[in-house]
Write a protein that binds this ligand. Structure first.
Ligand code: HEC
Length: 142
């Protein structure tokens, strides 16, 4: 059995060692992994404008992206590779609410320029390495 002194040293040593490992890994995530996995160098002006449109129109009031948002409308993290540029532009530039599956998307009637910016934003999100997120739907539930 450990003496009181040994237990104290074990506790302190363990706490310090694992705190150092935690801080080291956090530092690595923020300065190296995250910019690499999110392709931070590919954030163009169009991507930034697309994100502003995304936020100022409260798209997350209905959609999720990167797992965040509401569950009324489709998840959009991989929409760029799932649906392609022209489908996305058609949805965003539609004058009537887009609703082939029943629920209505807002008819934003965006200009071609704004739609291109939103597409650039989706393309940037699509290129992120998300460790397999979002997962494929369970085939037994299809
Ligand atoms: C009021 C809720 C609502 C809001 C707000 C909303 N959407 Fe949608 N959106 C929908 C619904 C519902 C659909 C699915 C329509 C269908 O396929 O029947 C959809 C479909 C889409 C699609 C096609 C996705 C797919 O997988 O078929 C894209 C892209 C999209 N929305 C982008 C946006 C963007 C960008 C914004 C913000 C500018 C936005 N949406 C705001 C409800 C919303």
């Amino acid at each position: 059995m450990l003496s009181k002194k040994q237990a104290k040293a074990f506790f302190l040593g363990g706490t310090i060692l694992f705190s150092m490992i935690f801080l080291g890994l956090s530092f690595e995530s923020v300065t190296i992994s995250m910019p690499e996995k999110t392709n931070a160098d590919q954030i163009t002006d169009a991507v930034v404008r697309g994100k502003v449109i995304w936020e100022s129109n409260n798209c997350m009031g209905c959609h999720t992206i990167l797992g965040e948002g509401a569950y009324y409308a489709p998840e959009l993290t991989r929409v760029y590779s799932r649906k392609g540029e022209s489908y996305i532009k058609t949805v965003l530039m539609a004058e009537q609410p887009w609703a082939p599956r029943g629920r209505k998307m807002v008819a934003y009637n965006l200009s071609e320029e704004d739609a291109n910016d939103v597409v650039a934003f989706f393309q940037w999100i699509d290129g992120m390495d998300l460790n397999g997120f979002p997962p494929e739907p369970d085939p037994s539930l299809k």
